[in-house]
Design a protein around this ligand. Structure first.
Ligand code: G3I
Length: 362
């Protein structure tokens, strides 16, 4: 779609165009800023939104040179019955990426949430290895050649569970023990020799005791995997930030942690960035300023670490965000955690991301 027809579509849709600032006409899209620095900017995309909502799709193509499916590659959606896979949504997203010159991330092969509805009734200690291998072989095999990086295992650490190594007590852990992680990565490498294989986790952003314990457990996991020659190429830090915790964010602590990951020889992805705005006043200008400030502080520190190759936000527009239900505002005012507003206009957070990438040295 050409620029003119995009604007025509905006007008025809009844969506206010005043959210798209005149300055935006001349400013470079985030994908261009990212490319200029040899990195990727992207966001999590919803299905079937990307197929059905032209403006939403256009904004992804405009701003992103990388995309990650928000839900459709999770076991629940992609593998709805033991012998049946549902690749249609993922295939659409992969074709969209190809058409618009974007890389695609895979999210996620192994996670304790959004598991297949059949899993509980079918999986046993005896068949779990086979089930895990079949799932990975089918899904990673189907997308071979189309995925830049896979979140092979997501959120496997939860120090509170009290298991050795800080591992989380997940269904796969209970069936297979701690080896399920190495096994999953080896199975992924066996079907896809090209994609970067990534371990992804959250809650690693602040300078406090709880965060430090989780960082340590993550580092121990990554180090151990590399020692065991597990095919691990990258690390994803989700970075779901909250303005309420702004004071606990210390740039030097983040740089130190990411620096330690980088020293292991891993590439780093900021995989799910967004900023919860509940602690800020309703006033939109003040709120957008506060959110943008946190984006810039976080990214300026993260991007100091050369191993960081991509920044992805968890959604692109405030119109569609998982936080709407989870972190609604007391006043009922719509939340504003993402780079584009509900009318797809570029917000101060959008500029903050651009500035942080522009300011990256070397
Ligand atoms: O698709 C069904 C729909 O058919 C049904 O009518 C509706 C009723 O609730 O549910 C829909 O599924 C929801 C799905 O999102 C799609 O909207 C699920 O209930 C809901 O649980 C699911 O939430 C997702 C969540 O992961 C699952 O735990 C969020 O969209 C997604 O943003 C979120 O993403 C995770 C990352 O994968 C991992 N890191 C944390 C991040 C945020 O929680």
């Amino acid at each position: 779609m050409e620029r003119r027809s995009f604007l025509a579509a905006l007008a025809a849709s009844g969506v206010a165009t005043n959210g798209v600032p005149a300055r935006g006409e001349t400013e470079r899209a985030l994908r261009e800023v990212a490319a200029g620095k040899g990195m990727w900017f992207g966001a999590a995309a919803g299905w079937p939104l990307l197929r059905d909502n032209e403006i939403y799709a256009r904004q992804f193509a405009t701003e992103c040179n990388m995309l990650v499916p928000e839900n459709v590659l999770k076991m629940q959606v992609v593998h709805p019955e033991p012998e049946r896979y549902n690749f249609e949504p993922g295939d659409f997203l992969a074709a969209f990426c190809q058409k618009h010159g974007m890389k695609m991330r895979g999210h996620t092969l192994v996670w304790h949430q959004q598991m297949a509805p059949w899993f509980q009734g079918v999986a046993t200690r005896e068949n779990a290895r086979r089930l895990l291998e079949e799932h990975i072989r089918a899904v990673a095999g189907h997308y071979r050649g189309k995925i830049e990086s896979w979140d092979v295992v997501n959120e496997a650490i939860d120090v509170k569970d009290g298991i050795a190594g800080g591992l989380r007590k997940t269904p796969w852990f209970e069936l297979l023990g701690p080896e399920y992680i190495d096994f999953a990565f080896r199975a992924a490498r066996a079907v896809d020799g090209e994609a970067r294989l990534v371990y992804n986790d959250y809650g690693l952003d602040y300078a406090d005791e709880g965060t430090a314990a989780k960082q340590e457990a993550v580092l121990r996991l990554l180090r151990g995997m590399l020692e065991r020659k597990v095919p691990l190429d990258g690390f994803g830090t989700q970075a779901h930030l909250n303005v309420a915790s702004r004071e606990k964010f210390k740039p030097e602590a983040l740089r130190k942690f990411l620096g330690e990951v980088a020293a292991l020889g891993l590439k780093i992805y900021v995989t799910e960035l967004d900023v919860i705005d509940q602690a800020l006043p309703d006033d939109v200008e003040a709120r957008d300023r506060g959110v943008a400030e946190f984006y810039e502080a976080y990214l300026s520190a993260a991007l100091d670490v050369k191993a960081v190759v991509a920044v992805l936000t968890w959604g692109l527009t405030d119109r569609y965000t998982w936080l709407a239900r989870r972190h609604a505002r007391a006043s009922g005012a719509p939340i504003r955690p993402l780079p584009l507003d509900r009318e797809y206009g570029r917000k101060p957070a959008w500029r903050a991301i651009g500035r942080a990438m522009e300011g990256r040295r070397g």
